[in-house]
Write a new protein. Structure first.
Lengths: 263, 329
């Protein structure tokens, strides 16, 4: 017997870091995979602002006021539209046999999800910084300066991760990559339209208003608006915090359990 | 069910009463199987026999409904972590990330299996060299041929030198040269004392390389032994008859089966070529059966152009083992 190499003491952090590093390694070796998460949001931002940026929502609004309102909504929308790639990536691994390989290794089983989310967080952060840069070129003003920008990145990244957790859970439930591709994007689009991302909740159709008032997209967009204006942020911050905790914990635990459980 | 195989060494894999169903489909219907340490065992069977299910249970990917499976003494359900630390899996689909290089894959899997970075890097370099992937280690796996993927996948399974290796159809879809290379690697591993269980649909392959063959069908282990033992046990000699008139083949088949008291499945009649292939009982003399068949056909005035006696081919042995009685294989 050649003697099997004894496993070093394992902690989930190391395995998660290895999985996250793999994510980033793949992006480095395949820069084409960055086109969707980086180029598309910029294109969407420019298009939305070009088409809608000069509208006057309120009659007494100053020129450019709607632009200032719309851009935070687009930040959140992009995070929601990027999140399904987490679930789809998990299914891609499952289809290739890599998921079986991971499950047969003496590794931490939550690491596959935690590590992937950590890798995706880097993508969300780069996306948010890029969007902020393009937005300021388009006339978006952040009155709270650099701390406000950092807080905006934090808000969009944590919102994106929360939705990514949900997408991971749904993807594992659906199991089939092709079906998941159709299913995962729909709720991501729906929640941005049922929110105050594009119009103040008070201006929306009556039946949407109650949904929009509790929607995490509204909370995130309103929080970024408050940061940009230097206004009070406690309300949206509390609502968003509750949502993030709920979305990360419940679907997160269900996703890990689904990943772990051998059939 | 299985022959008592004298196991002089302690079992690396011990399976008792193992059963698993997927909804209405029974994949494993209670099997007992012991594989001694250092043995290369082949699990042979047609598609849907339950081979992959057994491999996946041993690799802790799925749980059995009933029965027990132990790897080096550790239960695959209650001691799954211990089993994972000792077993290497090479599945039917390469467990690799195509968007990374070969070396990246080996490093990732080695480190996830518990190696430190430096150990993993050294081991990856050794394995790439040994598997003829040295020049390709820095290339994306996406650019690899099927044979290279298989070898890389196997190399990944070997990063931590697992004492037990399970391989699910490791040679399927490979060209003959890649198949030879893979078998050379497996022979090396066996020489190093690794216990291996591999599934295959090729009896010839099992015959040439495995120490022992277990034949699985419909979730039941129907035979175990060396290929020579299996041949002796299940299929006797083959009497081959060429008829003067090919049209008489079906009638001739019935006559011969009746005279030799064989099930219909033991006689294959081909009206296109006028050829009868008769697999006689393992315990009877082939020569007597040949004479009896010739006499039966003469009695019925069925003309024989040629008649001969030969050993069964491997395919015939496999078919004889797995064909349901009464249905011509």
């Amino acid at each position: 017997m050649t003697g099997s190499t004894a496993a070093v003491a394992r902690w989930p952090g190391r395995d998660s870091a290895l999985i996250a590093a793999r994510q980033l390694r793949v992006l480095r070796l395949n820069p084409g995979r960055l086109i969707y998460p980086l180029v598309q949001p910029v294109v969407l931002l420019v298009l939305f602002v070009s088409v809608l940026g000069n509208l006057s929502v309120a009659h007494d609004a100053a020129a450019g006021a709607y632009r200032q309102f719309l851009i935070p909504g687009i930040f959140l929308q992009n995070a929601a539209l990027t999140a399904p790639s987490t679930g789809l990536g998990i299914l891609r691994d499952a289809a290739s046999g890599l998921a079986d390989r991971f499950r047969s290794l003496p590794m931490s089983r939550s690491a596959v999800l935690v590590g992937r989310l950590a890798g995706d967080a880097v993508v969300f952060a780069v996306q948010a910084i890029l969007l902020l840069a393009v937005a300021s070129v388009l006339g978006f003003r952040m009155r709270t300066g650099l701390p406000g920008m950092a807080a905006t990145v934090l808000v969009t990244v944590s919102f994106g991760i929360a939705i990514a957790v949900v997408s991971a859970w749904l993807a594992l439930l659906i199991g089939d990559a092709e079906a998941a591709e159709r299913v995962l994007f729909f709720p991501a689009i729906a929640i941005t339209f049922l929110s105050s991302a594009f119009a103040p909740a008070g201006e929306l159709a009556g039946w949407i208003r109650p949904i929009a008032r509790v929607n995490p997209v509204s909370a995130g967009a309103d929080l970024v608006r408050s940061l940009a204006a230097g206004g009070p942020a406690a309300g949206p911050l509390i609502l968003l915090g509750c949502w993030l905790a709920a979305l990360v914990l419940i679907p997160g635990m269900l996703a890990v359990r689904r990943w772990r459980s051998p059939t | 069910m299985s022959d008592p195989i004298p196991t002089l060494v302690r079992p690396a894999i011990a399976v008792t009463g193992l059963a698993k169903s997927f909804g209405p489909v029974t994949a494993l219907a209670g099997i007992d199987l012991t594989i001694g340490e250092g043995t290369l065992a082949a699990l042979l069977g047609p598609n849907g026999a339950g081979k992959t299910t057994l491999v996946r249970i041993l690799a802790t990917l799925i749980r059995p409904d009933a029965g027990q499976a132990r790897v080096l003494g550790f239960d695959v359900v209650t001691d799954a972590a211990q089993v994972r630390a000792r077993i290497g899996l090479t599945g039917q689909y390469a467990g690799l990330d195509e968007a990374m290089t070969g070396r990246d894959n080996l490093l990732l899997i080695g480190q996830l299996a518990g190696l430190r970075h430096r150990q993993a890097a050294a081991r990856a370099a050794d394995l790439a060299e040994q598997f003829g992937l040295h020049g390709a280690a820095a290339r994306l796996v996406r650019t690899y041929s099927g044979g290279m993927r298989r070898r890389l996948d196997l190399a990944a399974s070997l990063m931590t030198r697992p004492p037990v290796l399970v391989l699910d159809e490791p040679t399927s879809g490979l060209d003959p040269a890649s198949r030879q290379q893979l078998w050379a690697v497996l022979a090396q591993l066996r020489a190093g004392g690794t216990t291996m269980l591999l599934t295959t649909q090729y009896l010839e392959e099992a015959d040439r390389f495995a120490d022992i063959v277990h034949v699985l069908q419909h979730g039941v282990l129907i035979a175990s032994g060396t290929v020579a033992q299996l041949k002796r046990r299940v299929a006797g000699s083959v009497v081959e008859i060429r008829l003067q008139d090919p049209q008489t083949a079906p009638a001739a088949g019935q006559v011969v089966a009746a005279r030799l008291s064989l099930p219909a499945g033991a006689v294959r009649a081909d009206t296109a070529t006028g050829r009868l292939t008769v697999t006689v009982r393992a315990d009877s003399s082939g020569a007597d059966d040949l004479l009896a068949a010739a006499a039966a056909l003469r009695d019925d005035s069925i003309g024989i152009a040629d008649i001969s006696l030969r050993q069964p081919s491997l395919d015939e042995t496999f078919l004889a083992l797995t064909a349901p009685a009464g249905i011509p294989a």
